[in-house]
Design a protein around this ligand. Structure first.
Ligand code: 4AD
Ligand code: MG
Length: 469
């Protein structure tokens, strides 16, 4: 086969291709369908660079290789040379008149699971190694890329530095105890202390370690030196919550800013979320249109709703009053002091305000040790951003910068001082008011794709009883 430079289908369909019209070009990709008759075959080829296929037209008699043509079935992989021409057919602008085709890999029609007919998302989860080849998952993973890129772009444009925080840590940033242990000790015969406990001083790091639940504590160290930083990395939670909004391994974006109070923090979260959604509407039109058509008719309306509205800002106490007076029967009853469930969050956003809502000043008893205590002594300067369909998408706070108060909270909550001595020292040496938040990347992906299950917006989901692929 003659070597000709490969063209991505994206470039052919979205960029200026006029200089290629009438020229012999090469495309490579996976066959979505082959149809036709004795005289002509039409191959719809997709290379994942864009949701659209390019049509390859084969003049069967002139081409001559019947056996090769027969092997070009759904799922097979080919390289095709041919003339790029304006298409006569409906539904596409360009097509390729094949001169030569090389078959890289066949896909037995009896065995290849992704035949043309629609599959359920549940079934596709079981074949996560092949589902990127569907239109749905192609669209989702391209959006995931665009969103990641937009996140870095936003922070770069706003003077934030990307800080890489560790994945293996010896502390529990959220104090929730839902951590995966990291160890190289022999599970059958671990070394024991005199008291008969596992002796972690003999473990790889000489102490107990776990996968991080959040990069925040180290992020604060960065902010108290570089002013504005952000992290964007995987985080891990060993909670046994088998819901459509929880993963055991998820990606989190955590900006942390010196000299920001909670209001600056809320302003940043709101402008950040609006920027990301605007970016997607501008850059992922085709993929969003596909998802809207297939899964969620209101998708773009919901995205516009975020951009077009100022987020409502109320306190937790005000929210409790609204919920108590709503006359709604919630599965989890509300009273001041309870942690809000997603049914409560969604009631506020979807029924009461019909806009994104930021709740602040939660009871200290339901929030993490590092949040700044309000003067009332009862509440902390926390802020959660609530979105329609999702509930909590962002959690953050102003941080306690006062050494004595922070030390008091650490003791009160039974946190080992030896695990966080370095964190405490930033409050001893040049402490500063500062704030930050965490955005759950997959929660945002759920929102922008209109998908219903968080396992469908990450390539290889990790959830209780599930670590395949
Ligand atoms: O509210 P969280 O637990 O806050 C923190 O971890 C803070 N350290 C963030 C900070 O202030 N720097 O988690 C932050 C966000 C949540 O709002 C949610 O969007 C997401 O992370 N999240 C999860 N996403 C998927 N699966 C899970 N199990 C999640 N837990 C939290
Ligand atoms: Mg939270």
């Amino acid at each position: 086969m003659k070597h000709i430079k490969r063209q991505r289908i994206y470039d052919l369909l979205k960029k200026d291709h006029s200089h290629l019209l009438g020229e012999e070009i090469n495309v490579k990709g996976w066959v979505r369908t082959r149809r036709g008759n004795k005289n002509v075959a039409f191959i719809a080829l997709n290379d994942g660079s864009i949701i659209h296929n390019i049509q390859i037209v084969v003049d069967v008699k002139a081409f001559g290789q019947d056996e090769l043509l027969r092997a070009i079935t759904t799922g097979s992989c080919i390289s095709a040379n041919g003339l790029l021409v304006q298409s006569q057919g409906k539904g596409q602008t360009l097509e390729i008149q094949a001169s030569d085709i090389k078959l890289y890999g066949t896909a037995d029609p009896e065995k290849y699971p992704l035949q043309k007919k629609g599959h359920t998302l549940e079934f596709l989860r079981e074949i996560a190694h092949l589902r990127p080849r569907t239109n749905t998952f192609g669209a989702i993973f391209r959006i995931r890329h665009a969103l990641s890129f937009a996140i870095h772009k936003f922070f770069d444009e706003h003077g934030f530095y990307y800080l890489h925080t560790p994945i293996i840590t010896g502390s529990d940033a959220e104090g929730a105890g839902a951590m995966f242990r990291v160890t190289t000790l022999d599970p059958k015969h671990p070394p024991l202390t005199a008291a008969g406990e596992v002796d972690f001083s003999k473990d790889f790091f000489g102490k107990e370690t776990n996968l991080t639940v959040s990069g925040q504590l180290e992020g604060e160290l960065g902010a108290l030196a570089l002013s504005n930083i952000y992290t964007f990395g995987p985080t891990f939670r060993a909670e046994n919550s088998n819901t459509s909004r929880h993963l055991s391994e998820f990606w989190m974006i955590e900006p942390e800013m010196a000299f920001y109070d909670i209001h600056d923090n809320m302003d940043l979260a709101e402008s950040f979320l609006k920027y990301l959604i605007r970016y997607l509407l501008e850059h992922c039109e085709d993929d969003l249109a596909f998802l809207q058509k297939m899964y969620d008719e209101e998708l773009t309306d919901r995205l516009s709703m975020i951009i077009d509205n100022a987020f409502v800002r109320i306190t937790y106490t005000e929210a409790i009053n609204i919920l108590e007076q709503s006359g709604q029967r919630f599965e989890f009853p509300v009273e001041w002091g309870v942690d809000l469930q997603s049914e409560h969050e969604r009631y506020l956003v979807e029924q009461e305000f019909r806009k994104p809502v930021i709740l602040t000043d939660y009871p200290r008893s339901i929030k993490a040790f590092y949040m700044k205590l309000n003067d009332d002594g009862k509440t902390v300067r926390a802020m959660d951003v609530l979105f329609p369909k999702i509930g909590e998408i962002v959690g953050g706070s102003q941080r306690e910068e006062d050494y004595e108060k922070l030390y008091g909270r650490i003791k009160e909550m039974g946190i080992e001082e030896g695990d966080v001595w370095w964190y405490l020292e930033t409050r001893k040496f040049g402490t500063a008011p500062h704030s930050g938040f965490g955005l759950g990347f997959e929660r945002l992906m759920l929102f922008v794709t209109g998908m219903g299950n968080i396992r469908d917006v990450i390539p290889f989901p990790r959830a209780p009883q599930n670590a395949d692929f």
